[in-house]
Design a protein around this ligand. Structure first.
Ligand code: ZN
Length: 477
């Protein structure tokens, strides 16, 4: 799609001044925005595609800065329990997924994200080369922009808890783990196959969490990310137990350990950071790292409420994500934006500190691109990559349009998403996926979900329930 014109749209540019163009045009060439005009129409001849923007609002494509695509086929199958128990279900379910499932998993999530205005995501996906390779193929087929951070860990699960090994029942101690060298080699192999500058697909390093990795693995992730000029994405301080784990394993706060391992820099995104302390916030700000806030996930499994206002005050950029569908329910970034805009405004804080809708838009437009190490994303301006969302203004959430910024954050306009462009290409056009059959994705997701559900109920459910009871007892502090 060489030349595209969006004519006569209401444009929310996403720039620092929150500029709005009530009636404007966007010219796209070779996947980038080359002109944004106000007022006049542009002659539609000489374009390969002209999109009539009448009665639409065009905004920068949303970036989901934390997602796990394995979770799309297994949503609804974890009980509502704290993370340390929740993970037992997730590990058992993950073991039932085939590489082919991962292809359809990624497509199901990508479809839901495109339908809700997300044009890029950070996918933190466990499993081996073949499964992740399948997910990358899915993203290439559907057209979403993705950075894949293979989720790697070289410690058995029990060694990641703040509990002495001899205090754990034997049933919780029988898992092995791959070596650091194997895990790094897999990530590098995926990088070599898929990471191409200028394309939509990238590969980053994804140590699952500092406490889940040996020092050797963390150091190698830091070294390789620098060498290959790519990102580091890791879960940090999601639960209260993890804050205890840092003291238990290292005798110091988690981010100080991550920093000593060479893994804390402007390349690093710190997922959750619910239990981050003030000294760690200062360190993260000094190193230029980004926090990724996932309000649905934190609320659903009772992890706590991340100190988002304090992080921002201390100079730490905060991006937003959904987390996996099995811990967020929905992959709509409008859901995340609304929750982020609501849950931090507490009566014990001065009202001047409360998040305003423009602060939430700043998270998705200005801060999220830092997670992907993308400099040319997040704004509607000449030179930017043309990742755009068009919302139908004839929708209850946006009618009457009194305050676009406020309504985008609080009115939850997912159902208004109509057209989505990634790199200037319409991958969703007037509600229709352009590259792949939505019906086929839904059929495959339903069929595969049923198989996994039955296998879990027959072979794993009772055992996981027993282990979860043990973890609950061991982590009751
Ligand atoms: Zn996660």
């Amino acid at each position: 799609m060489a030349k595209v014109l969006i004519n006569n749209s209401y444009i929310v540019t996403g720039d620092q001044n929150n500029t709005i163009i009530p009636r404007g045009c966007i010219v796209i060439e070779q996947g980038r925005i080359v002109a944004v005009t106000s007022g006049e129409f542009i002659d539609p001849s000489n374009f390969d595609l002209v999109i009539d923007g009448t009665n639409t609002l065009t905004m920068p494509g949303l970036i989901n800065a934390h997602h796990h695509s394995y979770a799309n086929l297994v949503k609804g199958m974890n009980p509502t329990v704290p993370l340390e128990q929740w993970m037992l279900y997730t590990m058992a379910l993950g073991g039932l997924l085939t590489p082919e499932d991962m292809y359809w998993n990624a497509l199901a999530g990508a479809m839901e994200m495109l339908r809700s205005g997300t044009t890029s995501c950070m996918d933190h996906l466990a499993q081996g080369f073949e499964a992740i390779d399948g997910a990358m193929q899915a993203y290439r087929d559907i057209g979403l922009r993705v950075t894949m951070a293979p989720m790697i860990s070289d410690k058995p699960y029990h060694a990641t808890l703040p509990i002495a090994e001899d205090a754990l029942p034997p049933e919780l101690k029988n898992q092995g783990a791959p070596t650091a060298q194997e895990l790094v080699a897999t990530t590098v192999a995926l990088y070599e196959k898929w990471h191409t500058k200028g394309s939509r697909l990238h590969v980053a390093f994804g140590p699952s969490g500092p406490q889940r990795c040996t020092d050797e693995l963390l150091k190698e992730c830091g070294n390789q990310a620098r060498l290959l000029d790519t990102a580091i994405h890791t879960h940090v301080l999601e639960s209260k137990a993890q804050a205890r784990t840092a003291e238990f394993l290292y005798g110091k706060p988690m981010l100080f350990h991550l920093d000593e391992m060479g893994c804390l820099s402007e390349r690093t995104s710190l997922v959750h950071s619910v239990w981050i302390n003030d000294r760690e916030m200062k360190l993260a700000a000094d190193r230029g790292a980004v926090v990724v806030h996932n309000p649905s996930s934190n609320l659903l499994i009772g992890s706590g409420i991340a100190p988002v206002i304090k992080c921002r005050e201390m100079g730490v950029p905060v991006a937003l994500g959904t987390d996996g569908a099995n811990v967020s329910g929905s992959l709509s970034m409008f859901d995340s934006m609304k929750l982020a805009g609501l849950i931090h405004n507490r009566p014990d804080l001065p009202q001047e500190a409360w998040l305003q809708p423009q602060d939430v838009l700043e998270m998705v437009a200005s801060h999220a691109p830092k997670v992907l190490l993308e400099k040319d994303l997040g704004r509607i301006a000449p030179g930017q990559k043309a990742d755009l969302v068009l919302l139908n203004l004839e929708n209850p959430s946006l009618t009457p349009l009194n305050n676009a910024c406020w309504q985008l954050v609080y009115a939850e306009p997912t159902s208004a998403v109509e057209t989505v462009l990634v790199q200037g290409e319409p991958v969703l056009l007037q509600g229709k996926l352009m590259r792949i059959s939505e019906k086929r994705i839904l059929e495959e997701a339903a069929r595969r979900g049923e198989r996994i559900r039955n296998a879990f109920a027959e072979k794993h459910h009772d055992q996981v329930l027993r282990k979860a009871a043990m973890i609950r007892k061991a982590c009751s502090f």
